[in-house]
Design a protein around this ligand. Structure first.
Ligand code: Q46
Ligand code: ZN
Ligand code: ZN
Length: 314
C-alpha cells in the first residue's frame, strides 16, 4: 500500500477517494478537507472568533486541533451533562486536551449551574434523554457564544453524522428539519453562526487523525443513546458504504446542491415567528424558551440515577 502523494508506505486507505496515505499526507488531506468545507460554505471569515463545542470525543478534539492548525482563533466549550461516568470521562478528556496545549476551555456543569442533569430531565419529561440533552446543548452553546462575544460556534459533526441525520429526515419527510440541515446556519436574532467544518470527513478519518496526532479522546459512547435512532441510521449507511464507497458523500452533498433550497422557505417562516424568552432572552416561539421550561419542570427534583435501558446498536 503506497501513499497517493509521496509513494511512501501508507498507513490508511480512504476507499471513497480510492486512495491510500502515509501519516503526513493523511493529516494534510484532513486539514485540506476542513479548509475546503470552510471555504465552500463561507463558514468562518478572517478575524472572527470561534467557539468549538468539545465533548472529549474524537470529532470535537480533532476539529479544535485542525481549526487552530489552520490559524483560526478558537476556544473550547464543554458541558458536563451529568450522565454518570461517561460525563466525568468526557469532561476530563476535554480538560486534559486543553491543558496540555494551554488553550482556553470553559466547562459548564448542567446540574451545578442550572439545577438539573440529563438523566433527571429525561425522567421528568418521559422522553428519550437525547431530546433534553440536545436542547440543553443548543441553548448553552448559544449562551456561551453570546457571553464570550464569539462570532461562530463550531461543532464536530462529521460526514457520517450528517448523512445519518439526512437519512432520518428523509424517512420522515421532515420538511422543516430538511430546510435547516445545512453545514452553516447563519447568525440571527443576535445569535452566532453555527458551522460544521468536519462535514467532508468520515468518522473513521477523524479517529485516525487523533491516533496519528497523539490526541487522547474518550472512546466510550454515551450510555443514554438508547432510543436514539441516529445510531441505527449510521449502521444502515455503513452497510451501504461498504458496498458502494462514497455513497454517504454523494447523498449528502447532492442533497445540499440539488434539494436543500427546496425546503428553505418552510424554515424561513419558522424563523419569522420567533420572539424572545421572558426569562433568558433566547429566541423562542412561546413566552419561555424550551430550556427555561425544562429548568422549571425539573426544579427541585432529586437527581435520578442513570439507567440505560438497552445497548445502542453499533
Ligand atoms: S450525549 Fe446527549 Fe448524545 Fe448522550 S444523551 Fe443523547 S445527545 S447520546 S451526542
Ligand atoms: Zn505520503
Ligand atoms: Zn429561556
Amino acid at each position: 500500500m503506497k501513499c497517493r502523494v509521496c509513494r511512501g508506505p501508507a498507513v490508511i486507505d480512504v476507499r471513497r477517494q480510492n486512495a491510500n496515505y502515509c501519516p503526513e499526507h493523511f493529516l494534510r488531506m484532513c486539514r485540506d478537507q476542513v479548509a475546503k468545507a470552510i471555504d465552500e460554505f463561507a463558514m468562518i471569515r478572517p478575524g472572527e472568533r470561534v467557539l468549538m463545542t468539545v465533548s472529549g470525543g474524537k470529532d470535537s478534539l480533532m476539529g479544535w486541533d485542525v481549526l487552530r492548525e489552520l490559524g483560526y482563533e478558537v476556544d473550547g466549550f464543554c458541558i458536563s451533562l451529568g450522565i454518570g461516568e461517561y460525563s466525568a470521562a468526557s469532561t476530563a478528556a476535554a480538560r486534559a486536551f486543553a491543558d496540555e496545549r494551554g488553550w482556553p476551555l470553559e466547562v459548564v456543569d448542567l446540574r451545578e449551574e442550572h439545577g438539573f442533569d440529563v438523566p433527571t430531565a429525561a425522567h421528568v419529561t418521559r422522553r428519550v434523554p437525547c431530546s433534553a440533552c440536545g436542547l440543553s446543548k443548543r441553548h448553552l452553546f448559544d449562551d456561551a457564544a453570546r457571553r464570550g462575544g464569539y462570532d461562530v460556534v463550531a461543532t464536530g459533526h462529521n460526514l457520517d453524522d450528517e448523512a445519518a441525520v439526512l437519512f432520518g429526515n428523509v424517512l420522515r419527510w421532515d420538511a422543516e428539519y430538511l430546510g435547516r440541515q445545512l453545514p452553516v446556519l447563519p447568525e440571527r436574532n443576535g445569535f452566532p453562526r453555527k458551522v460544521k467544518p468536519l462535514v467532508r470527513l468520515a468518522e473513521r478519518e477523524t479517529a485516525a487523525y487523533c491516533v496519528l496526532r497523539g490526541i487522547d479522546y474518550i472512546v466510550e459512547e454515551c450510555p443514554m443513546a438508547e432510543g436514539n435512532k441516529h445510531l441505527g441510521y449510521k449502521a444502515a449507511l455503513n452497510a451501504i458504504e461498504a458496498e458502494s464507497p462514497g455513497s454517504k458523500h454523494v447523498v449528502y452533498f447532492h442533497f445540499l446542491r440539488e434539494a436543500s433550497a427546496l425546503f428553505a422557505s418552510r424554515t424561513a417562516q419558522e424563523a419569522d415567528a420567533l420572539g424572545a424568552c421572558g426569562r433568558c432572552g433566547a429566541p423562542t416561539t412561546g413566552d419561555l424558551c424550551a430550556f427555561c421550561r425544562l429548568q422549571e419542570r425539573t426544579a427541585g427534583h432529586e437527581p435520578v440515577e442513570l439507567k440505560p435501558r438497552r445497548k445502542a446498536p453499533t
